[in-house]
Design a protein around this ligand. Structure first.
Ligand SMILES: Nc1ncnc2c1ncn2[C@@H]1O[C@H](COP(=O)(O)OP(=O)(O)O)[C@@H](O)[C@H]1O
Ligand SMILES: Nc1ccn([C@H]2C[C@H](O)[C@@H](COP(=O)(O)OP(=O)(O)O)O2)c(=O)n1
Length: 230
């Protein structure tokens, strides 16, 4: 029996993975996995419990007992409920991204989240967004994209996004944080940020989101791109 199709979209922070993945999943009528939100949620849950984020074993145990749910509430990003609390806003802060990047470097933490991620592969298909979707979690995915953009453009996008959410941050410090996160995510020993050998590379610098979405959709065969009738 053919396996349920997966489109993986990996790339660095601010490359547009989340926005593009959600739009593509909606167009196809497929499920969506925001794997970064899982790492963010575990980082937050560990901080709530006062766990030292450098303690790989303690964070991995925390990952195994943390309950993470995604709730669709109208348009826009799904809300993320961590151990019963709506943590959506907190999880989007750059501090949560940095904590996620730190705990994500621990192999036992990554191992604790593998089954959960595989369970998102449900019919009719899955769009999976992250760093290692095409390389480690869904290496057999038939469709893979690696999305990038210059660090300057990614920092500007994040700056605008946070400003729209009422969070004021300095552009220079964002650029620094993004560069530090890129370096840690790409430099770690386990599941580093890198394109799968069979991924299509897309640089979105200066390209409007609508066009990026079309380019990603063009990676899929025509028959999958038809809107579903049911
Ligand atoms: N091609 C693009 N051009 C301009 N802005 C973009 C583009 N892609 C994404 N954005 C904006 O950049 C911000 C970060 O995008 P997001 O999808 O959260 O990135 P990622 O998930 O890769 O971190 C969002 O506000 C989004 O609207
Ligand atoms: N599949 C994944 C997804 C995220 N991570 C880690 C590394 C990232 O810096 C953090 C946060 O990821 P997230 O995709 O939410 O961050 P951005 O939206 O790209 O800024 O989690 C990971 O190691 N593996």
């Amino acid at each position: 029996m053919p396996r349920i199709p997966v489109l993986t979209i990996d790339g660095p922070s601010g490359s547009g993975k989340g926005t593009v993945s959600r739009a593509v999943a909606e167009r196809l009528g497929w499920h969506y996995l925001d794997s970064g939100a899982l790492y963010r949620a575990v980082g937050l849950a560990a901080a709530w419990e006062g766990i030292d984020l450098s303690d790989a074993g303690a964070v991995a145990q925390c990952a195994a007992r943390t309950e993470i749910r995604f709730e669709t509430q109208g348009a826009g990003e799904p809300h993320v409920i961590v151990n019963g609390k709506d943590a959506t806003r907190q999880l989007r802060m750059e501090t949560a991204g940095a904590a996620a990047s730190a705990i994500a470097a621990h192999p036992p933490v990554r191992a604790a989240l593998v089954d959960l991620q595989h369970r998102f592969r449900r019919a009719p298909g899955l769009v999976a967004d992250g760093r290692d979707m095409g390389t480690v979690i869904f290496p057999d995915a038939p469709y893979k994209v690696f999305l990038t953009a210059s660090a300057e453009e990614r920092a500007k996008r994040r700056h605008k996004q946070l400003k729209e959410k009422g969070v004021s941050v300095n552009l220079d410090s964002l650029l620094h944080e993004i560069a530090a996160r890129d370096e840690r995510d790409a430099g770690r020993a386990v599941a580093p940020l890198k394109p799968a050998e069979d991924a299509v590379l897309l640089d979105s610098t200066g390209t409007p989101i609508t066009e990026v979405i079309e380019r990603v959709l063009s990676v899929l065969p025509e028959k999958l791109r038809q809107p579903r009738q049911d």
